[in-house]
Design a protein around this ligand. Sequence first.
Ligand code: PMP
Length: 467
Amino acid sequence: MNSTTRAPLSPECTETQARDAQHHLHPFTDTKALNAKNARVIERAKGIYIWDSEGNRMIDGMAGLWCVNLGYGRPELAEVAAEQMNQLPYYNTFFQTTTHPAAKLAEQIAALTPGDLNHVFFANSGSEAIDTVIRMVRRYWEVVGKPWRKILISRENAYHGSTLGGVSLGGMGGMHAQGTPMLPGIEHIRQPYWYGEAAEGQSEEEFALECAKALEDRILEVGPDNVAAFVGEPIQGAGGVIVPPPGYWKEIQRICKKYDILLVADEVICGFGRTGQWFGSQTLGIEPDLMSMAKGLSSGYQPISAVAVGDRVANALIEDGGEFNHGFTYSGHPVAAAVALENIRILRDEGIIEKVGADTGPYFQQQLRERVGQHPLVGHIEGTGLVAGMALVKSKEPKAFFGKDQDAGTVCRDHCFSNGLVMRACGNRMVLSPPLIISREQIDEMIDLILVCLDKTEASLKDLDWM
Ligand code: PMP
């Protein structure tokens, strides 16, 4: 159904919108602006599609918020949740107690993660996993007798969550500007965004080394013996899907080793198949000491996150750390853990991640570059597996970006929403991260829609005199 043939809203829907406007404060939202037009009510979903209360079907090109890796409507997940709720809906893991699903899930994560990430700490969200990382790496250095190693180094335009720890560690200027002050002891270096920030004519390899050198420079500036860890997303997600150029991670890894600094991969988006392997660290060649994960761990069917901890840190904490004074009421929640286990079983038994790696991922990337890359608005496309970002530009040649107040991304996003596609804008970068079960035919359908929406966006931007 398109916008000219809109069905009247049901009374239930109108009531929901009114309640929402009166009482609900949405995350990352200008509530006044939202209430002036009412929230769209999403009512149901199946596979890669979601439906709103007006009957509009949309391809969910974002898998919710990068999380519904299995797609919507898998009854197995609902069934294990119900079974677990009937058996044991909740018990904590504080009182020298555990539960069957929490222990099994820890074992599974240890087996799936690369290297010696053999221990797991549970939380509920990506932000809580990151807060756990911050406390755990600092605690590690206390336990091994170097309590002065406090500084964590992250990157500009990184996203690591919205709790005080997560927002401080992340590198989003707009977030740092609100609710100050941020946490002390955190440093940010430049991001490896080649298309947007490399010098004219600079190769990707040269730029990769220059960006990695920023880490070494900062380590030397603050004193190597004061640095606890470097934290990075294998591929920056909310920053606009920025894939570091070849050689970047290898050099970052070398620098961390040289100065004995812990390396943390924030796998909240990349984990559980997004890049065509179980973890982005495998795709990008990273050997992290710790790994944070959430989202795809349960395909978003339950809130759950985890930090996988390598032997070096875990053994020190276990052998010499005594009690670690950290944790959450719902750490290792049995229902969330049972759902995560079933999610992992399906991802594995149905070969979903292998298919992303060998078939749908490469197809998606190739089709995007061949078909969408031609569009006059699209300056550059990057991504791997089933995650991609494209830069919207005023002009491709010579390269010209939109101005600070020219929010082309939002114009494009709005056209997408009105035309049956959820594609997110991160500034003037459009990002895609569809459910991992998307088929080749559905990829074609999604790309057809992207082209329609880009044409409409181009027309709107010309009307605005931005192009
Ligand atoms: N880290 C990364 C890399 C993320 O992308 C996100 C969320 N998009 C988070 C942490 C925070 O996760 P949450 O919103 O579940 O707190």
